[in-house]
Write a protein that binds this ligand. Structure first.
Ligand SMILES: Cc1ncc(COP(=O)(O)O)c(C=O)c1O
Length: 349
């Protein structure tokens, strides 16, 4: 159902001549680099960072390609998913004219990034079971709708969207459909990565910030058709992923086994935490989760939040968020952190 990706693009991006860096223009072998105004003497560190990094991070993409089964030219790497989100606005959405659709309650940056880019946000609130309201969603679409943002597993609700609902959107919306899979490693459901060849308008976002335990490095991933990835590369800042991040990510990507062990443990602890929370008198309901956090309806969310904070335990108060009234969002911690949390909750009357 998609129209050509080029037809969705902003005119200024269609015409854009991208920045060409010194390292983009250089091809072949060399040993003396006097082309990029770097400091050839070195860095005030044991390891040197005096050279600009690979603008397209090919080594990382090759490793990710082997892990995810997606060819490197279908991968864009951003300074966190937040950069992957922002670039789509800048490339596809005309400020003051175009609109996007979000399905709240959901991750906040789809909306904040829209406001930064002066793009209208239309809201197809999730149904009471936190699934898509397809009927409402369809009524919001018009010829200026450029992106539908879907998050699965969703933050803050923790559930996965029904696959057939997501496919319905993919098969009927002619603009971009972004599925944010930041929490996919904790889910019992399949990623949409394998569906990329069927949908030229699909962008699947993942991140190293969650299961991979690398939030501090800032590495977000967008997987999409080559034409979307080319647009990402045209619009991104030339060196958006620093050398230190590239070096460390390359090392970390060799440790898939260790990451899988952590995922297994977190999923086990999520199950135990869910049961322990359910047994507490102030807990009304623990929503089923496919993520590394639990959404918990409690008797007095703000009061409990404050009492936990006094004990040095910080959770997320989501009680003012639509459909999450009375809820706290609690990340699964270490074994000790989870038992300290439960102990402190038991002490609250
Ligand atoms: C659904 C979702 N997407 C993206 C992000 C941010 O990812 P990153 O750290 O890669 O910017 C978050 C962070 O909480 C999230 O919940």
């Amino acid at each position: 159902m998609s129209i050509g990706i080029n037809d969705l693009l902003r005119d200024n991006i269609k015409k854009l001549v991208p920045y060409s860096s010194a390292r983009d223009e250089f091809k072949g072998e060399a040993s003396i680099f006097l082309d990029a105004n770097e400091n050839s003497l070195g860095s005030p560190l044991t390891k040197w960072y005096n050279r600009y990094p690979d603008p397209l991070q090919w080594k990382i993409k090759e490793k990710l390609s082997a892990i995810k089964g997606i060819p490197p030219q279908h991968i864009f790497l951003g300074n966190g998913s937040d950069e992957c989100i922002d670039i789509l606005y800048r490339a596809f959405c005309n400020p003051g004219k175009d609109n996007v659709i979000i399905c709240p309650p959901t991750y906040g940056m789809y909306e904040v990034s829209a406001h930064i880019n002066d793009v209208e946000v239309r809201r197809a609130r999730l149904l009471d079971d936190f699934q898509l309201d397809l009927v409402h969603l369809e009524t919001l679409v018009d010829e200026n709708s450029k992106i539908i943002w879907l998050c699965s597993p969703n933050n803050p609700t923790g559930n996965s969207l029904l696959r057939e609902d997501v496919e319905m959107v993919l098969n009927n919306f002619p603009g971009l459909v972004v599925i944010d899979e930041a929490y996919i490693n904790f889910s019992r459901h399949r990623s949409f990565l394998n569906e990329l060849p069927d949908y030229p308008n699909l962008v699947v976002m993942q991140t190293l910030s969650k299961a991979w335990g690398l939030a501090g490095l800032r590495l977000g991933m967008a997987f999409a058709s080559e034409s979307i990835i080319e647009i990402y590369n045209k619009v991104k800042p030339p060196y958006n992923i620093g050398q230190a991040t590239q070096d460390l990510v390359l090392k970390a990507l060799d440790e898939v086994g260790q990451v899988n062990e952590m995922i297994k443990l977190i999923v086990e602890m999520r199950g135990r935490l869910e049961k322990e929370l359910e047994a507490l008198p102030m807990v009304k309901y623990v929503y089923p989760s496919d993520a590394n956090f639990l959404l918990v309806k409690v008797s007095d969310a703000r009061g409990i939040y404050n009492q936990l904070l006094e004990k040095g335990i910080v959770v997320r108060d989501r009680s003012k968020v639509e459909l999450c009234e009375g809820c706290l969002r609690i990340t699964v911690g270490t074994e000790k952190e989870n038992s300290d949390l439960i102990k402190n909750l038991r002490a609250i009357l």
